[in-house]
Design a protein around this ligand. Structure first.
Ligand code: ZN
Length: 98
């Protein structure tokens, strides 16, 4: 069998699945709230995307009832960044955040 028959052979497949596992362990899905003043915060951390999407819906309907309308989105964020925002980065406006 010629190696050229498998341009996307097994080694690449294994690497890809390994990368995915690492990503899942180190990152979370979270709801990002961006306020009109330009600061943002993150809430409702979930490890799987389907659960995170349900949280996004829940958060959206919560804020839809009041006068405050943060811009909501779902983001990938590391545990470390999430913890930072929960503790030390209240009112964060850094443009390089997820
Ligand atoms: Zn931030």
């Amino acid at each position: 069998m010629d190696a050229g028959d498998f341009p996307l052979g097994r080694p690449g497949t294994l690497d890809a699945s390994k990368g995915k596992t690492v990503l899942r362990r180190n990152a979370l899905w979270a709801v990002r709230l961006e306020w009109p003043a330009g600061d943002h915060e993150f809430g409702c951390p979930r490890s799987d995307e389907a659960a995170a999407l349900r949280e996004l819906d829940r958060v959206r309907s919560y804020w839809a009832r009041g006068p405050m309308r943060p811009r909501l989105s779902l983001v990938r964020i590391s545990h470390h960044d999430f913890e930072l925002h929960a503790k030390a980065r209240r009112g964060c406006k850094a443009p390089d955040c997820p």
